[in-house]
Structures are given as structure tokens and as C-alpha cells.
Ligand binder design. Structure first.
Ligand code: 13P
Length: 260
């Protein structure tokens, strides 16, 4: 089953201790109660140490968001100091995991093989995965972004058992647009979204949601949805401010009718 609904994910990265995280969760809850999102699914992705507090507040205040984790180990358990397993996340009520974020790929040596293994561990455990792909500025300058992203998709998703396909979402995050204030042009996003959809379709994964991430803001969200043809966003910085995050969600909701 595929879905028509849009999806907005707030990646809090390494920001907010558990007290601050609860506060942001509560603010999001208040705004959503006044103005629920009709056509947009919402996921927040706090740091590991905040997960328990955020899931508690979301449950007790019935806030309409799902909870994700920023990373997980590809291993089930054992001597992996500093790592967290899928079963630990599930026990906390986490339902989504980001895999292959460019910050993990570049700063923590997460190569394609580890991305593929981690993605398999996530879906096998029943969690939803957001596979992050995207090229650096040098690749874009050489106009090699399509081949680069195809290779990332094939290496992460190639041979994935059909039964897991519904758990997969792809986020296109060009590295040169992350945290830089430099958003990709609508035309660039549209071309890449089309490319990703065609690669996924050739792999038997048509209809999966394709998100965009990289300096998304309340100001540019609506135009990226309409011009970029994406199914939602993976938001970093702007997801740390409840009003901005909700404004992005409302921009998506407002675009829904035009997009479908
Ligand atoms: P920014 O929205 O801060 O550019 O971050 C994007 C991102 O990396 C989300 O995962």
C-alpha cells in the first residue's frame, strides 16, 4: 500500500537535553491541538537520551506525532560500546529510524556497506526507515549527482525483500544545502526527485515517499513542495523551533490539494 499523505520529519540532531526536548514536544502538542495537520504525517527525531521523555509526553498528551531515532546499530546486541539496538528503540515506542544521514556517512565513517546492513536491521525489526541520500558540492559541480544518488540507492536497497518495501522512505539531502541556508533550486529538486522515483520504480519500489532536506524553512516549504514535487521534508534547524516546524507542516498541508 502506498500513501498520498505528506510526511514532515524533524531531525533534532545533537540539540536539546531531555528537559528542553520535553518543552519542545509540549509546544508542538499545543500548536497541533489548535491546528491539527490534516494531510501530513509528522515524526520528531530527538537524540537517544531524550527518547524516553519525548515518547512519554507524546503518549500522555496524545500528541499526533511519531518518534524516530537518528541512528541505530546494525547489530542485535553485544560488545558494541556506545551503540543502541533496534530492539531497545522499539521498547521505547520508536517507530522510525534515519539511516545513512550524510553527517553519519562523513563524520562517522558510515560507508555504503554499513548503511545497507543497518537498513536491513531496521526493516527486519519492523521499524520504518528513512534512507538519506545526497551528493556533495563537488559531485554537483561535475553534474554527476544522478549517478551518485543511484549508486547510493542501489547499494542500500538492492535485493531488499519485497515484504519490507512499505517500510522504506527516501530523503534527498544534498550535502551542500544542509545547514548552509543554501536551498537547492526547485528545478534541481524536481529533477532529482524524478530521478529517484524512476530508480526506485525500476527496483520494484514505486510509490515510496521521497522527501527533501536541506535548509527547509517556513518561507521556502510551499514552493519546494509544488516546484520540487516532493512528498514532504526532513527538517533540521527549523524543527528546533515549534512555530517554524509547525509552519512548515501547515505549508505542506496547504499544498496537499494542489499536489494531488
Ligand atoms: P537543515 O534543515 O538544518 O539544513 O538540516 C537538514 C538535515 O540534515 C536534516 O536531516
Amino acid at each position: 500500500m502506498t500513501t498520498n499523505r505528506l510526511l514532515v520529519i524533524g531531525n533534532w540532531k545533537m540539540n536539546l537535553d531531555f528537559v528542553e526536548a520535553v518543552h519542545l514536544g509540549q509546544q508542538i502538542g499545543v500548536i497541533l491541538k489548535n491546528r491539527p495537520a490534516e494531510h501530513t504525517d509528522i515524526v520528531v527525531v530527538p537524540p537517544f537520551v531524550d527518547l524516553r521523555s519525548v515518547t512519554s509526553i507524546v503518549d500522555s498528551e496524545r500528541i499526533a506525532v511519531d518518534i524516530g531515532a537518528q541512528h541505530v546499530s546494525a547489530n542485535d546486541n553485544g560488545a558494541f560500546t556506545g551503540e543502541i539496538s533496534t530492539s531497545m528503540l522499539k521498547r521505547l515506542g520508536v517507530t522510525w529510524v534515519l539511516v545513512g544521514h550524510s553527517e553519519r556517512r562523513t563524520m562517522y565513517h558510515m560507508d555504503d556497506e554499513v548503511v545497507a546492513r543497518t537498513l536491513r536491521a531496521v526493516v527486519a525489526s519492523g521499524l520504518n526507515v528513512v534512507l538519506c541520500v545526497g551528493e556533495g558540492g563537488d559531485v554537483r559541480d561535475n553534474d554527476e549527482q544522478n549517478d551518485f544518488v543511484s549508486a547510493q540507492l542501489h547499494s542500500a536497497l538492492g535485493g531488499l525483500d519485497e515484504k519490507y518495501i512499505e517500510q522504506v522512505t527516501v530523503a534527498y539531502e544534498p550535502i551542500w544545502a544542509i545547514g548552509t541556508g543554501r536551498t537547492a533550486e526547485g528545478e534541481q529538486i524536481r529533477a532529482m526527485t524524478r530521478h529517484i522515483r524512476s530508480v526506485l520504480s525500476a527496483m520494484g519500489m514505486a510509490g515510496r515517499r521521497v522527501l527533501y532536506g536541506g535548509s527547509v524553512s517556513p518561507e521556502n516549504a510551499a514552493s519546494i513542495i509544488t516546484e520540487g514535487g516532493v512528498d514532504g521534508f526532513l527538517v533540521g534547524g527549523a524543527s528546533l523551533v515549534a512555530e517554524k516546524f509547525l509552519a512548515i507542516i501547515q505549508a505542506c498541508d496547504g499544498c496537499y490539494a494542489g499536489k494531488r
